[in-house]
Ligand binder design. Structure first.
Ligand code: SF4
Length: 286
């Protein structure tokens, strides 16, 4: 069984109260990290599902959730709090707003589109963060994209993506990437406190590959790591990796310093790590 570290309980709203998080069957659970053991879940409605994107090669993005229960400390999407009426100041990772009508909205949009295109899940949240187990919004969106013949592109930190292999293997054009920014689970626990362990992500790569998809890995941001060990973990399963440096260094500067990782905040570290990974992966690294 794949295992994941994240909250055992979530707080729901409206309705309130605490409910157990139904994780054991699909991705397992174990003790949450102490200060982040609750996530405030709010149900909201969305006016749009497909959003035009400026990301090269990505015509549209879909974000079924506002906020992300994975709570990565370096997350670039923290600015999304400004779009939250309820959580504009809340710590990133402590809340998730669930766009409960997103599939319905998406169906209407797909019906009105004259041409097929491609959608990426997701640009400012993880489409397979823990609440997806309960709400299945990503799955519903994938079903619709498949039905309308749209291309599907996914990037996640969670092995929960394997739940949807039935759709992904039947859809016409699919790309699935896993974010794996370090080989070291101690680093992961500090910087991605509620995201699944590295081993679970590697196991997901294996399942995706066995299912006939050609998964890729986003090594981003390049965190403290042993590049050779990371290559050893990934090489059996991926034919392509993409690399990106740590872009929002100010956000984690104090945390990195407390851990003795000052070296990993420098341009020299980013350049040396990129050079090592490019050498190890050969022509497979972008
Ligand atoms: S999984 Fe992605 S969106 Fe979620 S907190 Fe981490 S970096 Fe941000």
């Amino acid at each position: 069984m794949l295992r994941q570290e994240f909250p055992r309980q979530i707080k729901t709203s409206p309705g309130g109260g605490m409910i157990p998080f139904p994780t054991r069957k699909l991705i397992g659970n174990h003790k949450p990290s102490s200060e982040r053991n609750l996530v405030d879940i709010t149900e909201i409605t969305a006016k749009t599902a497909l959003v035009r994107s400026k990301i090269p090669g990505v015509p549209f993005v879909i974000n079924p959730y506002l906020g992300c229960g994975h709570g990565c400390r370096y997350c670039y999407a923290v600015f999304m709090r400004r779009y939250s009426r309820r959580h504009p100041q809340a710590p990133w990772g402590s809340f998730v707003e669930v766009k409960v009508n997103i599939a319905e909205v998406l169906r209407g949009e797909l019906r009105r589109k004259k041409q097929r295109s491609q959608a990426f899940l997701s640009s400012v949240c993880d489409p397979y963060q823990p609440v997806e187990l309960k709400y299945r919004l990503t799955r519903h969106c994938l079903e619709l994209l498949k039905e309308y013949g749209w291309g599907i592109s996914i990037l996640t930190r969670s092995p929960l993506v394997c739940r949807d292999l039935d759709i992904l293997t039947a859809a016409p054009e699919v790309s699935v990437g896993l974010s794996i920014p370090t080989d070291d689970d101690r680093v992961r626990k500090i910087l991605e406190p509620q995201a699944p362990p590295i081993g679970a992500r590697v196991a997901a790569l294996r399942r995706l590959k066995e299912a006939g998809l050609a998964p890729w890995v986003f090594i981003a941001p390049m965190l403290p790591m042993n590049p050779a060990r990371l290559h050893e973990l990934l090489a059996p399963y991926v034919s392509r990796v993409m690399l990106d440096p740590l872009n929002y260094r100010g956000q984690v500067r104090a945390l990195f310093k407390r851990q003795g990782w000052d070296y990993a905040l420098t341009d020299a570290y980013a350049a040396a790590t990129r050079a090592s990974l490019e050498k190890l992966f050969g022509g497979q690294a972008d």
